[in-house]
Design a protein around this ligand. Structure first.
Ligand code: FE
Length: 192
C-alpha cells in the first residue's frame, strides 16, 4: 500500500467516525449503502425506462422525480443524491458527463464504466459531443439538438431514451432487455 492510500484510509476512517459521533450517518447506514451500491446494475435503470415506455403515469413521475420513480420499482435510493431524468425526443438528444470526475447514477446503473471516467470522454463530451456520438457509432440527425448535461456529486442524471420503432406491443420485460447502460447516459440509443 502506498503512503497516499494509507493516508486516505486514515482520513476515511476519521470522517466516518465523526459522522457517527455527530449522529449524521451511522456505520450501519454506510454498510447498507455500500451493499446497495455493490448490487446496483444497469438492469435497474432499464426496468425504469421500460416502465416509462408503457405507463404514462410512471413516465410523468420519473421525469418529475427520478429517485421516487426508482423507489417505486424497489430500487433503494436512501443516502443517494437526487436523480434527474432527461427525456429524449425525436428532436432533442441528451448526453450525460461528469466533467470533474466520475459522478454517475450509481443507484440505478451501478458503478461507472471505465470510459465514463476517462479524461478523453469527459473532454470530448463537452468540446465535440456530435463527434463523440459518431465515435460510438451513434447516428444523430443534424436537425436533432444535442444537450450535454453535467452530472455532479450533488445531482445525478440519467437519460430516458426514445422508444425504438419496431417494439410496438412488446411487454416491459422484453423492452427492458434492449436498454443498455450507454442508452441511459446518451452515448448510444436503443434499437429493436
Ligand atoms: Fe464526478
Amino acid at each position: 500500500m502506498s503512503v497516499l492510500q494509507a493516508d486516505s484510509d486514515k482520513l476515511l476512517t476519521a470522517v466516518a467516525r465523526l459522522l457517527h459521533e455527530k449522529n449524521i450517518v451511522s456505520p450501519d447506514e454506510i454498510t447498507e449503502r455500500r451493499a446497495f451500491t455493490d448490487a446496483a446494475n444497469p438492469g435497474q435503470g432499464a426496468r425504469m425506462v421500460a416502465r416509462a415506455w408503457v405507463d404514462a403515469e410512471y413516465r410523468a413521475l420519473m421525469l418529475a422525480d427520478g429517485a421516487k420513480a426508482a423507489e417505486a420499482l424497489d430500487i433503494p435510493m436512501r443516502g443517494m443524491p437526487p436523480l434527474g431524468v432527461l427525456e429524449n425526443t425525436p428532436l432533442l438528444h441528451h448526453l450525460v458527463v461528469c466533467t470533474l470526475c466520475s459522478c454517475y447514477p450509481r443507484a440505478v446503473l451501478g458503478y461507472p464504466p471505465f470510459w465514463f471516467k476517462s479524461a478523453a470522454y469527459r473532454a470530448k463530451a463537452v468540446r465535440d459531443p456530435r463527434g463523440l456520438l459518431a465515435d460510438w457509432g451513434t447516428r444523430i440527425q443534424a436537425e436533432v439538438q444535442v444537450r450535454v448535461v453535467d452530472s455532479t456529486a450533488d445531482y445525478r442524471w440519467m437519460v430516458l431514451p426514445v422508444r425504438p420503432v419496431g417494439t410496438e406491443g412488446w411487454d416491459e420485460a422484453r423492452l427492458a432487455k434492449i436498454v443498455r447502460d450507454g442508452d441511459m447516459i446518451g452515448v448510444t440509443v436503443p434499437s429493436a
